[in-house]
Design a protein around this ligand. Structure first.
Ligand code: GAL
Length: 315
């Protein structure tokens, strides 16, 4: 796999797992991400060696089954009515009339319920004003997920998002709020089907998005981007003693365009950490690709990346 070029699955087709996430389960690594073709929303691939990726299915689409959880969220997965007066064509990304947007899907395995729980960013497909989180569940990592709806956590706006399980075993949902000005950190309920507590807001008015977290040597790190739509910008890293603790200052990560990418998630492989970013092609969304770079650490524990074409992780 070459950074910035299509990553191919074992059938030779480009991998559509944008804004993605990886989950280890049962001897496989599952790679989930956005797939906006036809009526699809989220696709799933799996691998046992990080090199050969087998397409496993479209796990969320306009036709997915829907059901309420105890939180009675909005179950609409498509719209068929007239466009809203505020419809903004510049913001509506490919997918076709009637589709909503499901962005940055992340999948967790819940030990208590034995369910795979997906969290993502939801927009109505006509403008970006709903700014909601949405959830879906499945009994298997790559089966058809049942959609449980979209909602505003504690009534708050929620756009670019990620999840993070810390070494204490708590799982958090982190998303851009207040029109992307602030990042909110929420702890999830034990079944991962709702937010349990709005822990704190961080980086107020810094317009950070695309958050991706990892923990190393007792520190929690977050990589994020600035808010410039599909255009890449200067990535930043920051750290805290715990997710709920005091977050430090933002420092540059990568070059002024983060090597023409935007953070998607961090992959820990052995004792190495890998930055996985999207190299978006805004108007040509379907030719968007990926950039994977090893995160290195200087003597003070500060993370940095250097550009290379062929990431060892995937080759
Ligand atoms: C970016 C965001 C992407 C997508 C895009 C749409 O800022 O990180 O996930 O929402 O905007 O313009």
């Amino acid at each position: 796999m070459i950074n910035g070029k299509p990553y191919l699955d074992t059938d030779g087709n480009p991998i559509h797992a944008h804004g993605g996430w990886m989950l280890d389960y049962g001897g496989y690594t599952y790679w989930y991400g956005e797939d906006r073709r036809d009526n699809h929303y989220v696709s799933c691939y799996r691998s046992s060696d990080m090199k050969n990726w087998e397409f496993r299915g479209h796990i969320l689409s306009t036709d997915s089954p829907v059901s309420h959880t105890s939180g009675r969220f909005d179950l609409r997965l498509s719209w068929q009515k007239e466009p809203l007066p505020e419809a903004n064509e510049n913001l509506i990304v490919p997918g076709g009339t009637g589709k909503v947007n499901i962005e940055r899907p992340k999948v967790l395995y819940n030990e208590l319920t034995k369910k795979f729980v997906l969290w993502a960013h939801y927009e109505n497909g006509q403008n970006y004003l709903d700014a909601r989180a949405c959830i879906a569940t499945s009994d298997t990592p790559d089966g058809e997920f049942t959609y449980h709806g979209s909602f505003n956590p504690f009534g708050e706006m929620s756009r670019d998002c990620t999840v993070h399980t810390d070494s204490a075993g708590d799982t958090y949902f982190i998303s851009a709020s207040r029109d992307n000005a602030d990042l909110h950190i929420y702890r999830l309920t034990e079944d991962f089907l709702n937010v349990d507590e709005w822990v704190k807001s961080v980086y107020c008015h810094e317009f950070r998005e695309a958050p991706a977290l990892f923990e190393k040597d007792g520190k929690t790190y977050m990589i994020s981007s600035y808010c410039t739509g599909w255009a890449p910008n200067q990535g930043k890293w920051c750290a805290a003693d715990s997710v709920t603790g005091r977050w430090g200052l933002l420092h540059d990560f990568g070059d002024s365009t983060t090597f023409r990418s935007q953070s998607a998630f961090i992959r820990k492989q052995g004792d190495k950490f890998w930055y996985i970013g999207d190299r978006w092609s805004g108007q040509e969304y379907f030719s968007s690709s990926y950039v994977a770079l090893e995160i290195q650490f200087d003597g003070d524990g500060n993370p940095y990346i250097e550009y290379t074409d062929e990431p060892e992780l995937f080759n």
